[in-house]
Design a protein around this ligand. Structure first.
Ligand code: ATP
Ligand code: MG
Length: 437
């Protein structure tokens, strides 16, 4: 087996009519092959584009013509040839081949068609994800996700945040819930982490001041929806000497920066998936929880003050609000123990959610930094402070006030790409039914 005799000189998208007459070597997959008898067209696909190879029997040797005729769809090839301007070809250029090397042949028939126009069920696509990802409308989603994560990192680094890594093998639940994956940790039981929450708070007591982490979270919820995964990537942030308003500002600026950056750097990907991305303007509107309940009721969806949002409530809000918006002033009782109760009215907390239409993108809050209040809140939620011993210790020796949030990277990618199913935004999704590939 060979990696190809000649080195690649260009990617397909770099071949322009300015290169006419030049000899180039390109490598990729056979997207399509059309044999018209006296002339064969081969569409070669690489990461970012598709290029036409035109082999007229009169212009290439009979030997080479025979070799091209034998090529099969999705095989890996290397082609050396001359660039020629051709208004009829995609991109306005074609390659007249001099050498074709078959590097690795594809088996046929394919378990999944690689043409964008042929639609297949998501499960069939995910089973053969490597073929699915060869379609540019699918790979574009991941190039956009990659750019988004890049710009999030650049933004946070510029704003003085330090990237941290916290353990994903943990001894107990973050919020005491039951939605955890148990694992065997030598002779003990342990769990996969559902959130870096407690660790990023401990880091506030370590004097790191401003931290972020981009890492997997694991949720053992049995939900089977279009917006839940059992393994997701969370963009988590925590900042000392900040309140919820401060971190809401960081969050909206980060969203605006990432959307702007994606719009600028992913033009062709957005075009491929036919998305006209709108850059939101900060500040995003802040809707108080009580007003939200009224808005939901006004849409004919029953919701009582004090309740968490149902799916129907989210949809009602999505009908009223088109872009990004915050919901603030959540009842303290329905938010986790680490959320700070409001100063004036302790029944209303310093927690917020960031929504995009009917989708929750982020939850955040100012946190409780006073040890005794935290113990009280843990007990009030029916949890045992003893099981939070190591976490609570960080609050006894100088814990600054702090606030933070977590953004689901896949949910944000849905906003950027218009994907309706969260599985579209993960290379290899993990859900209630899927653990392979
Ligand atoms: P939801 O109410 O939509 O189930 P949540 O309130 O349980 O979400 P949080 O614990 O607040 O989620 O997590 C913070 C963020 O992480 C969410 O706003 C979301 O963007 C993302 N997230 C949480 N759970 C999941 C999941 N199961 N799949 C994908 N993303 C998730
Ligand atoms: Mg939430």
């Amino acid at each position: 087996m060979t990696a190809g005799k000649c080195k690649r000189t260009h990617y397909s998208k770099e071949i322009t009519k300015e290169l006419s007459g030049e000899q180039v070597t390109i490598k990729g997959w056979i997207h399509e092959i059309r044999d018209l008898g006296g002339i064969i067209f081969v569409l070669l696909r690489d990461r970012d584009g598709i290029l036409q190879i035109t082999a007229p029997s009169k212009k290439v040797s009979p030997e080479l013509f025979g070799e091209i005729r034998e090529l099969k769809k999705e095989s890996v090839i290397s082609i050396k040839g001359t660039v020629k301007e051709s208004p009829k070809a995609p991109g306005g250029v074609e390659i007249i081949p001099q050498e074709v090397e078959l590097i690795n042949e594809s088996k046929l028939p394919l378990p999944l068609d690689t043409t964008e126009k042929v639609r297949a069920e998501i499960d069939t696509r995910l089973d053969s994800r490597f073929l699915d990802l060869r379609k540019h409308n699918i790979s574009s989603i991941f190039k956009i996700k990659s750019r988004m994560l890049h710009s999030v990192r650049v933004f946070l680094e510029k704003n003085n945040f330090i990237e941290i890594n916290t353990p994903k093998l943990v001894a107990s639940a973050t919020e005491g819930g039951t939605e955890l994956f148990p694992i065997t940790y030598f002779e003990r039981e342990a769990f996969l982490g559902q959130s870096p929450q407690l660790y990023k708070q401990i880091m506030m007591a370590s004097g790191f001041d401003q931290v972020y982490e981009i890492a997997p979270i694991f949720r053992a919820e049995e939900h089977d929806t279009l917006r839940h995964l059992n393994e997701a990537i969370s963009i988590d942030l925590e900042a000392a000497f900040c309140d919820h308003e401060d971190v809401m500002q960081i969050l909206e600026q980060m969203i605006v920066t990432a959307v702007t950056d994606v719009k600028e750097h992913c033009r062709s990907e957005l075009e491929t998936i036919q998305v006209d991305l709108q850059v939101p303007t900060a500040p995003f509107s802040r809707i108080d929880y009580d007003d939200m309940v009224d808005m939901v009721n006004s849409k004919g969806v029953a919701m009582r003050h004090g309740e968490d949002m149902s799916r129907a409530a989210e949809k009602a809000m999505g009908e009223i609000n088109q872009g990004y918006y915050f919901i603030t002033g959540w009842p303290t009782d329905i938010k986790p123990f680490y959320v700070m109760p409001g100063q004036e009215n302790p029944e209303k907390s310093c927690a917020f959610d960031l929504m995009y239409r009917d989708l929750e993108i982020s939850s955040g809050a100012m946190r409780v930094h006073q040890h005794d209040l935290l113990v009280e809140r843990i007990k009030k939620q029916g949890l045992n402070p003893e099981s939070f011993k190591r976490y609570l210790a960080a609050f006894e020796y100088g814990m600054p006030p702090h606030a933070g949030w977590g953004v689901g990277a896949e949910r944000f990618t849905m906003c950027l790409t218009g994907a309706q199913n969260i599985r579209e935004t993960v290379l290899f999704p993990r859900d209630r039914r899927r653990l392979t590939p």
